[in-house]
Design a binder for this molecule. Structure first.
Ligand code: GDD
Ligand code: MN
Length: 394
């Protein structure tokens, strides 16, 4: 059944309705953009697998964003031979994650899945994922980072970027990213009941992170898989997807509570940026003292840390620090804050050099980017560590 829904549906935040009257067990969404050479084989393999495993109890929903190579047309022509296949053609909309949610919105299954449309995710692993949900998992994730998992032949740069992105996620959203070994995975199956009636608002590629952050997920099972080399077409991943990933992480970070305090922490951090950059300029710029970048950065960073501690203790965390006004506990807080921020400073220097020496971004912009990322880390760790109320018996 070919459907063209995009124009009719305007939804502020995406909701997936509850499972109660669902007629099917499993709905698998296949997001596609320029995959006309891959989808025939993929649909054939998936249909063969699921006809055996879930006869007449599943559907395939291909969501294509009006691909220039007319993937949607190829897919629509397959619906005669494969009646379980449904095709959604979105016009004027792009994005892997929102395409997946559009598919789930139109799904009838009580269990929802997603698989890439280019055969890089081996279809046969799907049965293991569904089995895991049948055995009680809320979410079953295909992972490259568990036993039997891996990638075929990725070069060092791609491995570094993938793991680097994961590390960044662990810094910004430890409570979400740390729940699975492969949070970047685009191959998983989830119980509808744990994500329905919740506003899902992802950016870019990382639908799993949105599900982990917004869903009420307790039991997670991971299944190893080897990410295959692409035979046809090419990956759509560009720098844009990496920037979208960072803004997705930051948006989740801000929406998952402590927003007001984070705003204050950010403002104080901002004053620290000003102090940091002024001191960095005075020490490093050729028109000023012209000292080495790293040495100048460490001094500038330390001065900014002292500035930030004074304002955070007096304002951002005042409700906590006012419970412990003794000088001893104030010095203890400063020591913890300094330690956390020094680690942050180390991270900052690492990121600064990465952006400056590897990505050739101007040192001031590189410094700003690094500070933004480390600020979120500093906030979360300091909230948990430095201003944690220990004893009120002062
Ligand atoms: N509808 C739609 N709209 N589909 C899209 C879009 C889009 O804007 N961009 C990409 N897709 C589809 C592709 O056609 C493919 O079927 C799937 O999403 C994955 O896109 P690729 O461009 O092939 O991604 P990748 O192979 O580099 O990365 C994949 O694997 C990684 C490892 O699991 C993605 O799934 C990543 O999310 C994942 O981290
Ligand atoms: Mn791919």
């Amino acid at each position: 059944m070919a459907t063209n829904l995009s124009n009719s549906l305007e939804i502020p935040s995406l909701k997936i309705s509850s499972p109660k009257e669902r007629s099917l067990y499993f709905s698998l969404v296949i997001p596609t953009y320029n995959e006309s050479q891959n989808i025939k084989d993929l649909v054939a393999v998936l249909t063969k697998l699921l006809d055996e495993y879930l006869p007449n109890n599943y559907e395939l929903i291909l969501v294509d964003d009006d691909s220039p190579d007319r993937t949607w047309e190829v897919a629509e022509s397959l619906t005669i031979e494969y009646p379980q296949l449904q095709v959604i053609r979105r016009k004027g909309e792009r994005g892997l994650s929102t395409a997946v949610i559009r598919g789930w919105q139109n799904a009838d299954g009580e269990v929802l899945g997603v698989i890439d449309g280019d055969l890089q995710h081996p279809p046969e692993r799907l049965l293991k994922l569904i089995e895991a949900v049948k055995n009680g998992a809320d979410l079953a994730v295909a992972s490259r980072h568990v036993d039997t998992g891996g990638v075929s032949n990725w070069n060092l740069a791609r491995r570094f970027l993938s793991r680097g992105a994961q590390l960044l996620g662990l810094i910004i959203l430890p409570g979400v990213i740390g729940r699975v070994t492969d949070p970047m995975s685009g191959y998983f199956v989830v119980r509808r009941g744990v994500i329905c009636d919740r506003p899902l608002d992802p950016i870019g590629y990382k639908i799993l992170i949105e599900v982990l952050a917004r869903g009420s997920i307790s039991k997670i099972t991971e299944v190893g898989y080897v990410f295959q080399e692409r035979q046809e077409g090419e990956s759509k991943v560009t720098w844009k997807q990496y920037l979208e990933y960072i803004s997705h992480l930051l948006r989740l970070r801000l929406s998952l509570g402590e927003f007001q305090r984070f705003l204050r922490f950010g403002l104080v951090g901002f004053s620290g940026v000003f102090v940091d950059m002024t001191v960095l300029y005075l020490l490093h710029d050729p028109n000023a003292l012209g000292w080495g970048l790293t040495r100048s950065k460490f001094i500038a960073g330390e001065v900014a840390i002292i500035n930030n501690f004074i304002w955070n203790d007096a304002w951002t965390f005042n409700d906590l620090s006012s419970k412990q006004t003794a000088w001893k506990s104030k010095l203890k807080r400063f020591a913890k804050f300094n330690l956390v921020c020094l680690i942050g400073l180390g991270l900052n220097v690492l990121l600064l050099n990465l952006f400056f020496n590897i990505l050739h971004i101007h040192y001031q912009l590189a410094n700003l980017l690094a500070i933004a990322i480390v600020t979120v880390w500093n906030f979360w760790i300091n909230l948990k560590l430095s201003w944690r109320v220990t004893d009120t018996g002062q």
